[in-house]
Design a protein around this ligand. Structure first.
Ligand code: ZN
Ligand code: ZN
Length: 230
């Protein structure tokens, strides 16, 4: 989440996050969906935004942004009544859009190629965040677009942990190389906060080993409930 009103992705464990972190999703205004995999989009729970579950019908519907497959999955899961609480907006890679006070650009990801997947560049309150998952090594168009920006934060896909992997997801080795490449092309500097995220048991390293691998490279290791200020 960014502040109280922006969120990226909506996994099935969102409800557990709400309880554990004491989140108030009634304040959520903009939901950016990267892609249609279940661990990023669990549309059935979006029904909880509408009457008779939620009683915030005087608030604007939750704006949900995604590609055609994402919107199709949401429409298939919710009834017409349940769709009252959400406003679906189709967005395209490389085409910036306005989400409240933020400017958001979807970027092409190397992931779920037949249905499409985005990473997101979010400009908000003078800060620029690159949300870079899920993706393998970023496609050339994404590098090209990032070249025009100086990032305050980059959140990168490290699903494969200790195992090297170029396509679909990345591992430690690739995340370090992405950082080096972003620095080399001027998209990042010493002030940029780097975070590795989206770990899987298949990557073999638990948190302390990820910390040991990343700390010499100035990359933070995400964990549940992590809060960062930029
Ligand atoms: Zn995925
Ligand atoms: Zn994922």
């Amino acid at each position: 989440m960014i502040d109280d009103n922006y969120k990226i992705d909506f996994p099935p464990d969102t409800y557990a996050h709400v309880l554990r972190e004491n989140l108030d999703l009634s304040k959520l205004e903009h939901l950016l969906i990267t892609h249609g995999h279940e661990d990023h989009l669990y549309p059935a729970d979006l029904a909880m935004r509408s009457e008779p579950y939620a009683h915030i019908s005087d608030a604007p519907p939750l704006a949900v942004y995604g590609n055609a497959y994402v919107l199709q999955r949401i429409e298939a899961a919710l009834s017409a009544d349940e769709l009252q609480g959400v406003r679906l907006q189709l967005v395209e890679a490389g085409r910036p859009f306005t989400a409240g006070a933020a400017r958001v650009t979807p970027l092409t990801a190397d992931h779920l190629l037949d249905k499409g997947a985005f990473t997101y560049l979010i400009e908000h309150q003078g800060r620029t965040i690159f949300y870079g998952l899920d993706s393998g090594w970023y496609p050339e168009a994404t590098w090209e677009l990032l070249r025009r920006y100086r990032l305050d934060m980059a959140i990168l896909d490290c699903t494969h942990g200790s195992l090297p992997q170029e396509r679909n997801h990345m591992g430690i080795e690739q995340v370090i190389r992405v950082k080096q490449a972003l620095l080399a092309q001027g998209s990042a500097g010493p002030e940029t906060v780097f975070v590795a995220d989206h770990f899987s048991h298949n990557g073999l390293y638990p948190h302390h080993q990820l910390e040991a691998a990343f700390s010499p490279h100035g990359i933070r290791v995400a964990h549940d409930g992590m809060t960062l200020e930029i």
